[in-house]
Design a protein around this ligand. Structure first.
Ligand code: FES
Length: 129
């Protein structure tokens, strides 16, 4: 085998090995993301109407519990404040009602509703994010 052919063979082989590891890394990373998206979070029931956590907004109103994603549908900033019954995004001024419906843009999609249930003893909210 000529030196030039050997170099070409090594380049192609090296690229193949890199592509293989990139594929494996991609698979592992995607699996990790899917697992973390299926997390279950337990939060104590509170007497507050609105509770903010890292990823969720918990609304307890008229005996009903609603869990919304805290990530603004505009560009993903965390919504972390309420004013006059409106959830406010600190980044560009979007506002939502307490059911997650857009009241003011630039966001135009409602907040994502997250499945949840109250524990049997009524003390915890189990969020199935
Ligand atoms: Fe919320 Fe832009 S990210 S308004």
């Amino acid at each position: 085998m000529k030196a030039e052919n050997r170099r070409t063979f090594l380049k192609i082989g090296g690229a193949g090995i890199l592509a293989f590891f990139a594929l494996i890394w991609n698979k592992l990373t995607l699996n990790h993301i899917q697992i973390s998206k299926q997390k279950e979070v337990v939060v104590p029931v509170s007497n507050k109407e609105v509770t903010f956590t890292d990823d969720y907004i918990i609304i307890q109103q008229n005996g009903e519990t609603t869990v919304l994603s805290s990530h603004c549908t505009h560009l993903g900033c965390k919504i972390n404040a309420t004013e006059n019954g409106r959830l406010l995004c600190p980044c560009h001024g979007s506002a939502y009602d307490l059911q997650g419906k857009v009241l003011q843009g630039p966001a135009f999609k409602n907040l994502e509703r997250i499945s949840s249930e109250i524990s049997a003893d009524g003390r915890q909210i189990i969020i199935k994010g």
